[in-house]
Design a protein around this ligand. Sequence first.
Ligand code: FES
Length: 107
Amino acid sequence: MSRVLCRVEDIPDGEGRGFATDGAGPDILVVRRGERVHGYVNSCPHTDSPLEWVENQFMSLDKSHILCATHGAEFRIEDGFCVLGPCRGKSLAPVTLSVRDGDVVLD
Ligand code: FES
């Protein structure tokens, strides 16, 4: 079942946004880069804790990576692979998203 999460422009370019799935599945985060979006389960592979401490704050200082606020792990935006921190070599769990007529859709 598909679900519209938001409009692409609702996520500032280069930023992330969290979405609760209200029990229908795990909470997720969506990172926007231009017109592309990347989605992952909001759970760090280090301790399974949510990535953010502050609502919708998912990015490293220079916005180049997704950041886990708990112990500082950094993940590539495009594939969720951890390049720095205690879970280096592991990956965020991807979720399948698409953009349809400007809507971000969770498939
Ligand atoms: S919980 Fe994410 S780096 Fe430790």
